[in-house]
Design a protein around this ligand. Structure first.
Ligand SMILES: [Zn+2]
Length: 399
């Protein structure tokens, strides 16, 4: 095997770490070295991408690509109507249509430079579609309702890990959430669930009443024995020890400063999906608050049922526009290294030696690292060329 060297005017090893006139030396699917200057004879053939930027591939830590064909409805119709339309859509989709939807979703993710995905959903046909697609992924099977035995998962392969997810405290009994968390501990996989996403969830978990309680009754889900009721959702998750360093909590719109500080103490990871939150709830997560509390958020698009695209570049641009106090480097960390850490894939998210050689070339004309970082998170259009490896031998190593 001989090395291949990728050259560009700018190489972003990770946010804040740039190499000018840089080259990334790759052997197989691993980065051997990142250097500045003229390639050495030992570095194999050179692919000169141009005067733009080579950067790490992006990490979409929370999506549901099986919902890619579910029509987005207007936020004025409310969260409950949105959930009802999703259920209708899911029940009417054939397995052939579902497979095509997932394949289209994977192609879209790849075209937008995403190399690692946290996918929530039913695992058939998702697992088959991911296999051999060149993306790394943790595929979580969503569990909801009252307690039950968990079905066995397919074996992990080529960067694809299978795990169980709890859906959310307002849909999943506390006993089932704990069962799922324990099963993931045994599987050495991350446990993830939606937490504190909506006012409807907050009201239901605090009081056991309200529009969500009525909806659950209509759906035939008996929550009378749920011991989780009576607290705020994050406090409930803290008290029942659902949050630890192997957990990824998603959304966290309804969280106060005291709960943020307690969440930080647990070492739990979080994933935020601001465009989805804005569409469904007209509310944005308190990113500055999380950072001040010492939590480094990962980023997800959520599904096309609540976000306009699956592109993390679009998600980062939305953050740049709505959080002017956040630096481009902080936003870039959310879209790359934070997501890789949250999902437990330390060999993705940066171009450090030893890591996977998956990366993105951006054809842009910039004069400095500062301008480069700003362009990545704010340009309305980016010409991008994703460079994938085969993800062979990928997978989580953080446990
Ligand atoms: Zn979600």
């Amino acid at each position: 095997m001989t090395p291949v060297t990728h050259r560009a005017r700018w190489v972003m090893v990770e946010p804040g770490h740039w190499v000018e006139n840089g080259r990334v030396v790759v052997m197989g699917n691993r980065i051997l070295d990142v250097q500045s200057g003229t390639p050495k004879a030992t570095e194999g053939s050179v692919i000169d991408h141009g005067d733009g930027i080579l950067m790490p591939s992006l990490v979409n830590a929370h999506t549901h690509i099986t919902l890619s064909d579910a029509a987005r409805n207007q936020s004025s119709e409310g969260f409950l109507k949105w959930v009802e339309s999703l259920i209708k859509n899911r029940n009417s989709q054939s397995s052939e249509d579902a497979l095509k939807t997932v394949q289209r979703g994977i192609a879209t993710l790849k075209a937008s430079g995403t190399a690692l995905v946290g996918e929530f959903g039913p695992h058939i046909p998702v697992a088959d579609a991911f296999e051999g697609a060149g993306l790394a992924a943790t595929i979580w099977i969503e569990c909801l309702g009252n307690d039950r035995e968990l079905q066995p998962l397919p074996p992990n392969a080529k960067g694809i890990c299978h795990a169980f997810a709890g859906h959310a405290p307002h849909t999943t009994s506390p006993v089932l959430l704990k069962r799922v968390q324990k099963a993931n501990e045994r599987l050495k996989q991350r446990f993830s669930f939606h937490l504190a996403e909506s006012r409807e969830e907050l009201e239901f978990i605090q009081t056991g009443k309200g529009a969500w309680a009525d909806f659950m009754t209509r759906m035939g889900i008996d929550f009378s024995g749920w011991e989780s009721l009576g607290k705020r959702p994050v406090q409930m998750a803290l008290d029942t020890k659902l949050l630890d360093q192997n957990t990824i909590a998603v959304h966290l719109l309804e969280i106060n400063k005291k709960e943020m500080a307690a969440l930080a103490e647990t070492g739990a990871h979080i994933c935020l999906c601001p465009r989805s939150n804005w569409m469904l709830h007209e509310k944005l997560p308190d990113i500055e608050g999380f950072l001040k509390a010492g939590i480094q958020p990962a980023l997800g698009t959520d599904s096309l049922a609540s976000a306009p695209t699956l592109s993390l570049f679009d998600e980062m641009r939305f953050i740049r526009n709505h959080y002017p106090a956040l630096s481009p480097d902080v936003i870039l960390r959310m879209g790359t290294v934070n997501g890789a850490k949250a999902l437990g894939y330390p060999d993705l998210g940066t171009l450090r030696p030893g890591n996977h050689s998956t990366m993105i070339y951006l054809d842009v004309d910039v004069k400095s690292p500062k301008e480069a970082a700003e362009t990545i998170v704010s340009a309305n259009h980016l010409d991008l060329d994703p460079i994938f490896d085969d993800m062979q031998n990928g997978g989580p190593h953080a446990f």
